[in-house]
Design a protein around this ligand. Structure first.
Ligand SMILES: CC(C)(COP(=O)(O)OP(=O)(O)OC[C@H]1O[C@@H](n2cnc3c(N)ncnc32)[C@H](O)[C@@H]1O)[C@@H](O)C(=O)NCCC(=O)NCCS
Ligand SMILES: Nc1ncnc2c1ncn2[C@@H]1O[C@H](COP(=O)(O)OP(=O)(O)OP(=O)(O)O)[C@@H](O)[C@H]1O
Length: 196
């Protein structure tokens, strides 16, 4: 199975583009969605998070709202959260890949380059839009304050660097344009698989 990493800065269109790959028949796994499962009631992150961040647990699940307050108040919190969450995310991904049935698996991973995951991919696609559009789109969702957005963005590798390292760049300026690029990426990969 061909492993295509899909990455890009916060709000640049990873989830929307991943859905397009799924619609074209690729098996898709989403790291953020895995975190949602892990944080949910009965999720594997709840107990270890409760041990370190008791204030972030509400109704047996990890509360993102509470967690964002913790992160804002304590600069050491995010790396400690990552140390708990990232190994669990890696397990979730291994389970997905063991069951996946498709010629191409797309792994939507926001921190693919930051965490060194790109080395395990056969190729990487990076979604991109200009910074001002990114900011507008993220703030329009209303789930983050401008300060929270800036803090997350500052932690991520700059978008230009991600694109420079990627094998494919997908501009997410318009849905039809992105879909055409997704189809071109799939065609290119299938062509490569035929000649492998
Ligand atoms: C910070 C939290 C509480 C924000 O939750 P919220 O629901 O508002 O946003 P969401 O999870 O959808 O994340 C939005 C985007 O923020 C970026 N982001 C999230 N976590 C991180 C991080 N640790 N470092 C850099 N960017 C991050 C990603 O681009 C992500 O797609 C949440 O993302 C979290 O708990 N992050 C820690 C776990 C993690 O590292 N996840 C990243 C994918 S494995
Ligand atoms: N090709 C596109 N054309 C127009 N709008 C788009 C396109 N792709 C994404 N968007 C819009 O941009 C916003 C962010 O997209 P999306 O949620 O897919 O990004 P993301 O990278 O997964 O975000 P995050 O990093 O926060 O998880 C959404 O409002 C979405 O509708």
């Amino acid at each position: 199975m061909f492993l295509l990493g899909l990455t890009g800065s916060i709000g640049m269109g990873k989830s929307t583009t991943a859905k397009m790959f799924a619609e074209e028949g690729c098996a898709v796994w989403d790291a953020d969605a895995a975190v949602h499962r892990l944080y949910g009631k009965g999720g594997a992150a709840v107990a270890p998070m409760a041990a370190e961040f008791p204030a972030a647990i509400k109704d047996g699940a990890v509360s993102r709202e509470a967690l964002k307050e913790t992160i804002a108040a304590d600069p050491t919190a995010l790396p400690r959260i990552e140390a708990i969450v990232h190994p669990l995310v890696a397990e979730d991904r291994a389970t997905f890949l063991a069951d996946a049935k498709s010629d191409i698996a797309v792994l939507d991973i926001p921190l693919l380059f930051e965490t060194g995951g790109a080395a395990a991919m056969d190729a990487v696609a990076c979604v991109t839009i200009p910074d001002d559009v990114q900011r507008d789109r993220v703030l329009a969702r209303g789930t983050m304050t401008e300060a929270q957005f800036d803090a997350i963005r500052a932690k991520q590798m700059p978008a230009e660097e991600k694109c420079a390292r990627a094998d494919y760049v997908i501009e997410t300026d318009m849905l039809d344009h992105a879909r055409a690029q997704v189809r071109a990426v799939i065609r290119d990969i299938r062509e490569k698989l035929r000649h492998a």
